[in-house]
Write a protein that binds this ligand. Structure first.
Ligand SMILES: [Zn+2]
Ligand SMILES: [Zn+2]
Length: 393
């Protein structure tokens, strides 16, 4: 099989895994192999590994796996933080040792040696800021500020006390069982950051995601420019044109050029593909969070809204079936109703309907501009600032 076909197969498999990993839970993929791959990637791998260890080492092995799982997933730990630093440091080291010798190149200037170092430095700085900053820990001495920041909507949030912290839970807060604290405007607990993402550090987190998306795109494009420069400097197109005697166009020669690049610069090509895939993954994650930020919703709230919508649906279904039962008892429905069309059922359960319910009930959504402002300048910080000004005034 030709190298170009191997590359095409590699690309298709990567795309399938990516789409399955990111979108496999969408209703449109119900019952398809994409959904099964998604389930395998999210749960199957761990399950099979646990079964394999249990089969080889018995109960001791399973217990060891469970305690490792408890330490890694249910307790604060720096494993993923160290892994992040190893990945970014390792990737930068590989790029520097394999590709910096071609800088300056035909399409890339000397300055990129320094820009790349600066870009990685900013990335690590944003990582440290997100990891080490307070996500908005709710304590007895600051609970009043957080209580005044967001009102209870009495739909997904009502006045309640945290059973662990023994303080009132402000609206939009959640008790993080991993960190053992209540966090204001709780989004999720991020294992990579070993920290919660909440009201006070969501802006660092979003900047981290955006910066790393751009960083990976920059890395992939820069390596692409280095390789294009090599093709130009070695006059590869001219040589191949003479050798194969084909028309001097990049399209007809591209399989041969790719073959030459894969042979001579395989490390750079692997790095470029790695960076492109990571860029896609982080961009998807950033897009998801940006959509949430623009509608002033949190990841935690999407689960709460889903529960609320499911509950409402069950309630209306129960009402409908009790009405139907009543009607059939009264002998009002002599004729059988035709079964509901499959398409109608799909549209009736359309996620658009769910979005409408959330939009109608989400009192925290104040429009694009104010929502973004709230991410950049947290409400509680503004309240604290106003309070101190009042006191000093
Ligand atoms: Zn709590
Ligand atoms: Zn946490």
């Amino acid at each position: 099989m030709g190298v170009q076909w191997l590359l095409v197969c590699h690309g298709l498999v990567t795309l399938l895994v990516l789409v399955s990993f990111l979108c496999g839970q969408w209703p449109i993929f119900d019952g398809t192999p994409i959904q099964r791959i998604n389930h395998f990637l999210h749960f199957g791998i761990c399950d099979y590994f646990q079964r394999f260890v249990g089969f080889v080492f018995g109960a001791k092995g399973t217990n060891a796996i469970q305690s490792v799982e408890y330490f890694c997933c249910d307790r604060p730990n720096p494993i993923l933080q160290v892994l992040y630093l190893a990945i970014i440091g390792g990737t930068y080291y590989l790029v520097a040792t394999s590709s910096f010798r071609y800088i300056p190149g035909y399409y890339i200037g000397e300055v990129h040696r320094y820009i790349s170092f600066f870009a990685v430095g900013v990335g690590v700085l944003l990582f440290l800021l997100t990891s080490l900053s307070d996500p908005g820990t709710v304590k007895s001495d600051n609970v009043s500020v957080y209580l005044s920041a967001y009102p209870y909507d009495n739909v997904i949030y009502s006045e309640k006390e945290c059973s662990t912290c023994k303080i009132l839970k402000p609206a939009r807060s959640k008790h993080c069982s991993i960190c053992g604290r209540c966090v204001a405007r709780f989004d999720h607990h991020c294992g990579w950051m070993n920290n919660c993402i909440g009201e006070r550090n969501i802006h660092y987190f979003m900047a981290f995601l955006l910066w790393h998306t751009l960083l990976c795109i920059y890395g992939a494009v820069a390596i692409g420019l280095i390789l294009a420069g090599q093709v130009k400097e070695f006059r590869v197109i001219d040589i191949l044109t003479v050798y194969y005697g084909v028309q001097n166009s990049f399209v007809s020669l591209s399989p041969h050029v790719i073959q030459w690049l894969v042979g001579a610069y395989n490390t750079q090509i692997l790095l470029m593909m790695f960076l492109a895939i990571v860029a896609l993954l982080i961009a998807g994650f950033f897009g998801y969070h940006a959509k949430l930020c623009l509608t002033n919703t949190t990841t935690n709230e999407t689960f709460k809204w889903q529960d609320y919508i499911n509950w409402q649906r069950k309630l209306s279904e129960a009402r409908a079936s009790s009405a139907a039962l009543k009607a059939s008892i009264n002998g009002l429905t002599n004729e059988r109703k035709p079964p509901e069309s499959k398409w109608r059922t799909i549209f009736r359960r359309s996620p658009l309907e769910d979005v409408e319910v959330v939009v109608k009930n989400n009192i925290y959504d104040k429009g694009f501009f104010l929502n973004v402002l709230e991410i950049i300048f947290p409400l509680s910080r503004r309240r604290l600032y106003a309070n101190t000004k009042l006191k000093s005034g």
